[in-house]
Design a binder for this molecule. Structure first.
Ligand code: ADP
Ligand code: MG
Length: 231
């Protein structure tokens, strides 16, 4: 998709609501995300951060409100188109990496490329190159269970970056890491934002991690309190 057709924000969430049973998760959440910025979503546990991230990424459909990406309404797209968009334009890092245990680390990193139709040899080459850059080349042929938490999370970051996504979504990506590895992960996101113009939306409850972002928004009771753009 051509994200440059709009000069405005890349992602716009407007008045999102989402209720699970009788539990409200989002109650009128609105947010704008610009290309090239690292945005930290802060807020207490249960405030709706993960639900908001999933709605922004088109993984969860809001009950009402809308999310548009590069000017296109996510909920108006077919499931096929939305899935394709997630594969080509979005990258994800989850709290505990969620790598596929049966695959080697290199196969995990190459997976999004393979799903996008890139040939095995080329996908493996790009995966190996990125893993070298992230200093996890030594776990290339290991399975995720054989790596340390810090290595596994960097492999998960490599998997999220390997397709050069326009948006990187990360849900507490440093939650399981010590401060050195947390800092390394944040540096990778910042580099992606600076070098490729990717937008990074990351959930964290650690002020130390949020300090790396360009902008912080606080989620509370299913709503977003946003200081307006810094840029
Ligand atoms: P956060 O990420 O800020 O901790 P969540 O978005 O995960 O918050 O959750 C917001 C609220 O929605 C919480 O009360 C949570 O229990 C509820 N919730 C989230 N996902 C589900 C789900 N799949 N099923 C039921 N309740 C959920
Ligand atoms: Mg969460």
């Amino acid at each position: 998709m051509n994200a440059s057709k709009t000069d405005g924000p890349l992602l716009v969430a407007t008045d999102l609501t989402k209720t699970y049973g009788s539990t409200p998760a989002l109650e009128g959440a609105s947010l704008r995300v610009h290309a090239g910025e690292v945005l930290a979503l802060m807020g207490p546990s249960g405030s709706g951060k993960s639900t908001l991230l999933h709605c922004l990424a088109g993984i969860v459909a809001p009950d009402s409100g809308r999310v548009s990406y590069a000017g296109d309404d996510l909920s108006a797209m077919s499931d096929t188109r939305r899935s394709a968009l997630r594969r080509t334009d979005f990258g994800f890092v989850f709290q505990f990496g969620q790598l596929v245990p049966e695959l080697t680390c290199r196969e995990n990193v190459a997976l999004p490329l393979r799903l996008a139709g890139v040939r095995r040899r080329e996908a493996n080459r790009r995966a190996a190159e990125l893993m070298e850059h992230l200093e996890v080349a030594d776990v290339t042929d290991k399975r995720p269970g054989e790596t340390s938490g810090g290595q596994g999370q960097r492999v998960a970051v490599a998997r999220a970056l390997v397709t050069d996504p326009r948006v990187i979504f990360a849900d507490e990506p440093t939650g399981a890491l010590d401060s050195l590895n947390g800092e390394r992960v944040m540096q990778l996101f910042i580099t992606a934002a600076r070098q490729t113009g990717a937008a990074v939306v990351l959930v964290t409850h650690e002020p130390r991690v949020a300090a790396y972002s360009d902008r912080e928004a606080v989620v509370r009771d299913g709503r977003v309190r946003v200081p307006e753009q810094v840029r």
